[in-house]
Structure formats: C-alpha cells, structure tokens
Ligand binder design. Structure first.
Ligand code: GLN
Length: 285
C-alpha cells in the first residue's frame, strides 16, 4: 500500500477499498470490517471519525488484513465471525461459512418441529453448529444434537453454544448416525456436502478456502445425501420429518432416492434466488 501523508482512517479506507475492488464486489464494506477489527470499534465509529490517526502498529495490522482479503480469503475467516439466523457465529477454516440460503432449512425445520417438551432434533454434519443452534434457540424445550466427523468443527460448534448461552444443544463426533445408534428423533436435518467432486466451482474464488470435506459430495454430489437417506428412517419417530439441503439441480434425484426408500409427503422449497434448495419428507414403517 502507498504511504499515507495523513495516516487517517479515511485515507487508509479509501486506499484499501480501491485495491480490494479489483477482486471483491464488497470492497468498501470489507475494508471497513477490517478497519473495525484493527481498531476494535464498530463501523459506525469509522464513519464518525474518518480523521482518526492510525499509529504504525495499527497501520501494519490493517495492511496485513487487507493483503489476506486481497488474496481471496473470505472476510468471515479473517474476522472469525459470520451472522446466521441473527446470531454471530464463530467460524474458522475447519467449518463451512454459514450461507443465508441455509436459513431456509432452519425455517422449514421449525415448521415441522413442535414446541413441546421432549422433542428431539438431530443435525447431521453440523459444522459451526449454525443449524442446530438456530433450532435450539427457537425450540428451547427441544433437545438438539449436532454431529460431525471433524473434531475441529465440533470445537467451534461447542464454543458457539457456550458463547451464545444455548444449553439445549450438544455436539457429538460421529460418522452420520453412528454415535446416535438406537435413538429416535422428531426432526432430522442436514446440510451435507453436495457439490460435485470435480466441479470447478470448488476451486474457484472463495470456496477454495473452505473445507472441501464439507462441500464435496462425490462424483454426482449425492454420495452423502444418499447415505443419509439410506439410514435416516431408522432414526425418525413415526410421522417424524427429515429436511435436507441440496443443490439446485439435485431436486429430482433426491426425490427419487426418497421415494425408493418409502418416504412420503416429499416437498421441495426454493431459496432466496428461487432455486430448489430444501426437500422435506416423512417416514412411516
Ligand atoms: N451451498 C453451498 C455452496 O454452494 C454448498 C453447501 C454444501 O455443500 N453443503 O457453496
């Protein structure tokens, strides 16, 4: 970055926004988030005090953060937080960054999850805990279990539960249903990896910073979804529901897999962009 004769918040922000605009559409916002991190102040402070001087330590830290962002690293990994369901969640490179589209999964799962005492919910591949925590917060009488096969992800999920003081959720290390054998749930939810393995999308842009294990769903993208569908009916109470997030092109394939295993009331919902994103179903023996 250039030398700043004024060394002010405003001049550093202008410069960083210009640099970041080469790669990111949210350049100004990103620059402000990074400056806020350095100064440990909200963005409103930056707007109110553009003339505030940066000392050399602050300037160096800011420039380092701008460099990380310029290399393509998602702002959520640099800042370590991402908002989901109005909750600030801790995230790091071991977990997928929660997407706004996944709020649809929460919204539809809540419709199918009664508010009663004793209701049990299972979230498969919980990552940062986003879906499990949102449901637990909205259903304080329910017992929510989030499972993941990554111990690093579970550390983040547990930290989120602790920081947000949500205590009706627990997190278990598990290969899908392994750690909950013999148990039954009213609602099973999952946002599993469903991107096609060699999809160039995986290697593009910011996605390359995210855990590939949390994104890649095999050659057809349906490996994990298929494994869940095969086993889920053993874990759902009679008339209970399962809700799965999937790719926009996978709706028909998911529908077929569910029908083949005698799930019924199969219904697909569209995300904010109007794309098929969440399929729900129930199971009867
Ligand atoms: N919706 C995510 C994306 O397209 C993928 C999430 C997933 O694989 N579970 O980036």
């Amino acid at each position: 970055m250039q030398e700043h004769p004024e060394h002010t918040v405003g001049s550093y922000l202008d410069d960083a926004a210009a640099i970041l605009s080469i790669g990111a559409e949210t350049a100004r916002l990103d620059a402000e988030v990074l400056m806020g991190m350095v100064l440990r102040r909200p963005r409103s402070f930056l707007h109110a005090h553009p003339e505030r001087h940066l000392d050399p330590g602050e300037a160096a830290e800011f420039e380092m953060l701008v460099r990380r962002r310029f290399s393509g690293e998602p702002i959520a990994y640099i800042s370590g937080v991402r908002e989901f369901w109005s909750m600030p969640l801790r995230v790091n490179r071991h977990v997928l960054i929660p997407r706004p589209d996944t709020e649809l999964l929460v919204e539809k799962a809540l419709v199918r999850t009664p508010e009663d005492e004793g209701v049990r919910v299972l979230d498969l591949g919980t990552g940062s805990g986003a879906v499990a925590l949102a449901i637990a917060r909205e259903r304080p009488h329910a017992e929510v279990i989030g499972v993941d096969n990554s111990p690093e992800a579970l550390r983040i999920a547990r930290l989120n539960a602790q920081v947000l003081k949500i205590d009706n959720v627990s997190f278990l290390e598990s290969n899908w249903f392994d750690a909950v054998r013999g148990q039954k749930f009213h609602t099973v939810v999952s946002n599993p990896p469903y991107v096609i393995n060699r999809d160039e999308y995986l290697m593009a842009g910011e996605l390359r910073f995210e855990p590939q294990d949390a994104l890649a769903g095999g050659d057809d993208g349906l490996e994990c979804i298929g494994a869940i569908i095969d086993r889920a009916h053993n874990y759902i109470v009679r008339q209970g529901w399962m809700l799965l997030e999937h790719g926009a092109e996978q709706q028909r394939a998911v529908h077929r897999l569910l029908e083949a295993q005698r799930y019924y009331d199969i219904c697909c919902y569209q995300d904010l962009a109007g794309l098929d994103r969440v399929t729900e179903c129930r199971f009867v023996e």
